[in-house]
Ligand binder design. Sequence first.
Ligand code: IMP
Length: 197
Amino acid sequence: MKLLLATQNPNKVLELKRLSHNHLDVVSLKDLNIQEDVEETGKSFEENARLKALWAYQKTGIPCIADDSGLEITALNNEPGIYSARYLGEDTAYSIKNQIILERMQDQSDRSARFISVVCLVLGENDVHCFEGIMPGSIDFEAKGFNGFGYDPIFLPENHSLTYAEMDLQLKNSLSHRGQAFRKVIAYLESRVEYEK
Ligand code: IMP
């Protein structure tokens, strides 16, 4: 089936295609030449994901999904949370943001953190389903690794000795917050017989 992933990020499209074993014909806003984006005014990951997916569905009439993700650090009152992209300035390089977070974490004994992703699927105005993926872990003592993006170099997923940025994409996707949520969407679509093909 054709599914619009409401993102400008081609990596997310690839990730979803791969996870569905190429059974989903995933297109992005970019593929449809839609340059606008909706403002994330929600107060939770779910509200933002729902807002984006409904907006894209209303614009195109194509079944849509959208995700909203972020990092919650316990000792920093769960910051950056839903403001992960804008935290410490939208245009600030992540190498600097990560350094600032490491400094703020210097004297903290509780280094626990988690990545959360909520993916909303819109099959019709009243046919909306949201799925959550959570990866618990901790903030490392220094930035490590060069793969991935964002806060990957400082996040150590639970039961692993490598940061997200030290993992190859396949390993990261197999355990990541977004990978978990995407897999739930695919399983749900597979359970809906009418969307099998
Ligand atoms: P988005 O909702 O996927 O666009 O993510 C919002 C922000 O959360 C990103 O700009 C990153 O700062 C952060 N983020 C989300 N997922 C990840 C991830 O897998 N690795 C690192 N940072 C992430």
